[in-house]
Ligand binder design. Sequence first.
Ligand SMILES: Nc1nc2c(ncn2[C@@H]2O[C@H](COP(=O)(O)OP(=O)(O)OP(=O)(O)O)[C@@H](O)[C@H]2O)c(=O)[nH]1
Ligand SMILES: [Mg+2]
Length: 297
Amino acid sequence: MRSGFVALAGRPNAGKSTLINALVKEKIAIVSDRPQTTRSEIRGIRTDEDSQIIFTDTPGIHKAQYRLGVRMNKQAADVIQGVDLIYLVVDGSVPYGKGDAFVLQMVANTGLPVFLILNKCDKMDRAKILHNLQSWQARFDFAEYFPISAKFGRSFDDLIRTTKKYLPEGDLLYPAEIISDGAENFRIAELIREKVLTCTEEEVPHAAAVKIENKEFRKNACYIQAVILVEKQSQKGIMIGKQGTMLKKIGTLARADIEKLLGMNVYLELFVRVEDEWRSRDARISEYGYGGDLFDE
Ligand SMILES: Nc1nc2c(ncn2[C@@H]2O[C@H](COP(=O)(O)OP(=O)(O)OP(=O)(O)O)[C@@H](O)[C@H]2O)c(=O)[nH]1
Ligand SMILES: [Mg+2]
């Protein structure tokens, strides 16, 4: 039996969360085409007859503008220190840049084995994939190379088989049936935030946080009250929309996903509140569950 830890690291939007969901065959991390979707580490556990792999999705490493971003980057950096293996997930369809070089240096500095996961291969032809792999090979001595499509790939057997070789001998670290160790309220809040990310634009999705205020189970149904926090009055207006249309749309989409997660009818009430500059305030960031532990800069 082998068991161990694998971190998924990379720039925002590379497809880390899409990949972790595919690897554990359940939606444990939210996904969107906005950069900086993931704001905290998320564990996904895959157990089979001879192994248990604990994957950790991390926030995309970026140039932080707010304390929130600083804490997200710090958490990603901390996670990759404490694993057996790192997947460096890159979006092969966009050109290599400074951000890639920065993240590569970070993972290289750990001294750990690193797999290059060249993602979004569905968007590239064979020649481009090959060229891409060769370019990455010249930059660092990766332990393995995997061209994949996290979104459309059906089997990751090869990746899983090879990953096991890099894990130590060991027993189960989690009960075999556990896929996620995330708190239920946080997962619900994240599903709501995912719809905020899909439905709103520009600065609004980045300025939004979601918090569950109340959750009750009654007669095989779940009653949830959640608040969407934004930084400005103008953002509140956008989030509510004309005659509440935007908030209604977010609520309808989120409810469907929460029902799937909980396996029961859900009654979801959403509110919007302004929380001044929450992205710059440690207490608020921690309260909403983003970033890792507090630290001094
Ligand atoms: N075409 C294509 N799109 C993909 C693939 N993988 C992910 N995407 C899309 O890329 C976008 C970003 O995906 P995420 O999984 O949220 O990326 P992430 O690396 O977790 O991003 P952050 O959380 O911001 O760091 C989404 O719109 C995904 O649907 C892929 O293999 N092919
Ligand atoms: Mg993500």
